[in-house]
Each structure stands twice: as C-alpha cells, then as structure tokens.
Design a protein around this ligand. Structure first.
Ligand SMILES: C[S@@+](CC[C@H](N)C(=O)[O-])C[C@H]1O[C@@H](n2cnc3c(N)ncnc32)[C@H](O)[C@@H]1O
Length: 240
C-alpha cells in the first residue's frame, strides 16, 4: 500500500487558483457535460427561491444554466470566480433576453462586496463542494441575507462507510484540484455550521434526482417571528 502511494501524484489542496484554472478548462464544455445531469437541482433551487422577498443572489452562477428558471418578475444577481464561466452566462442573458437578471459580477463567494442583508434569498447550486473554505462561504451567504430569507444549497453529500464513500475519499485525495471540486463532502460541514450559528435554522433537507446523488438544503435566517432554536443557557444570541 505504501509503495502504491509513491506512484500517485503529490496531493495538492483545492484553492481558488486551481478552482479558477479548472473552470477555465470546463467552461467550453460545461453545458454539454452538466446541463441535463444537474437540471433537477437547478430547478429545485429556483423553485425554492420563488417566495423570496427581495433580490435573489445566485452564487457560483457559472454559465447561467439556472438563470432562465427564476420567475420573470424576480431580480437576480449572479456572481462567480471564473471569468470564462461568467462570459457564457452573459451571452445566455443576451441571447435569451433574461430581463430579470440585474447583474453578473466576478466575485469570490467567501468575500463579497455586497452590504449586509442585501438579498431576500441566496441560492448556490453545485457550489459548496467547489469552494476551498465552505464554512467561510456559508458565513458570507448568511451575512448578505436578510432576516427571514433563505440560503438554498444544492450539492452532493457523501454517504458513510460504503464502497462509494471509499472511492470518493480516494478521488478527494488525488483528483480534487484537477476536477475543481471535492468529491467527498460530509453533511457535518453544513450541519455543524448550522449548530454553531443559532440565528440559522434548517428548514429542509431533501435528496434530488438523479438517484438521490444531490441534496437540496434550505436554511433560514431567523427573524423575531421565526421559532428560535433551543439555545444552551449560556448562549447570548438574540435573533434580529
Ligand atoms: C459546478 S459549477 C456550478 C455552476 C452553476 N451554478 C450550475 O448549476 O451549473 C461551480 C461554479 O462555482 C464557481 N466558484 C467556485 N469557487 C467560487 C468562489 N469562491 N466564488 C464564486 N464562485 C465560485 C465556479 O467558477 C463554477 O462556475
């Protein structure tokens, strides 16, 4: 086993520069490869955003495949780290005359330029497994979200201890930087983040087609009217 390891490539970690490099490679073939496979999650995310009170932020908008799925009376802003992906999204907006898209901006989802509480809903289809620091991204999504609004995530969540989980762990160690995402993504990354943030509550967690490979997660930022989580006695947090 240790000898076999010597033949494997050096393990790199996923960082923004190799994510950008990976999506520069994916951009010309992204729609061909991922349009149909990932459509159910995009539809579910757009449907979950349909009750948003206020503008919708689409984080990691990519080539904009989900943009036509939002209601035509919505106001949607898309951000992405990859210029080649964003260029394709801009072409789609022009080609399909998507008047509800108010802007497309190059921005890192973990450090956005928007003011606190700017959006009524933040959607991130197939993005959380791509960013090197998912917890930092969740912090940032919560910051730009209005109280009462929802974060809507769609991403793969790994199972436990089966053959697929072992394969994902191998892929994760050796291929993540080249693929541009991490194949292994335990639920605890999202679950523990919710537990650490008492102003956030899990509204829905649902497997999606195809084959339950992806999960839709809705997380709400509390208002004074939302039932709060039961807090430990020492917690000082008050929902705003
Ligand atoms: C798998 S694609 C998903 C694109 C689109 N949401 C879809 O459903 O097809 C992931 C996208 O996240 C973007 N991304 C990765 N890291 C990012 C970051 N830190 N900030 C913003 N976008 C990022 C990538 O450039 C890529 O366009």
């Amino acid at each position: 086993m240790s000898e076999a390891r010597n033949f494997l490539p050096e393990v790199e970690t996923l960082d923004n520069s190799n994510v950008e490099a990976a999506y520069a490679r994916w951009a010309p073939i992204y729609d061909l490869t991922f349009d149909i496979l990932l459509k159910p999650g995009r539809r579910a995310a757009a449907a979950a955003a349909s009750n948003a009170r206020g503008p919708i932020l689409d984080v990691g908008v990519g080539t904009g495949l989900e943009l036509p799925m939002f209601a035509s009376n919505a106001q949607v802003v898309g951000v992405d780290l990859s210029e080649p992906m964003l260029r394709r999204a801009a072409q789609r907006v022009r080609r399909e005359r998507l008047g509800h898209v108010a802007g497309l901006v190059k921005m890192d989802a973990t450090r956005m330029a928007f003011a606190d509480a700017s959006f009524g809903c933040v959607v991130a289809p197939y993005v959380l497994t791509v960013v090197p620091e998912p917890e930092a991204m969740l912090d940032e999504l919560a910051r730009v979200l209005r109280p009462g609004g929802e974060i809507v995530l769609v991403n793969h969540v790994s199972g436990k201890d089966d053959a697929i989980a072992l394969f994902e762990a191998w892929l994760d160690r050796h291929m993540a930087p080249k693929l541009g995402w991490r194949p292994q993504f335990p639920w605890s990354i999202i679950g523990d983040w919710i537990d650490r943030n008492p102003q956030m509550r899990l509204v829905e967690r649902r497997p999606l087609a195809p084959f339950g490979l992806f999960t839709l997660t809705r997380i709400q930022r509390c208002t004074n009217d939302t039932p709060r989580k039961k807090l430990p006695e020492s917690a000082e947090f008050e929902c705003t």
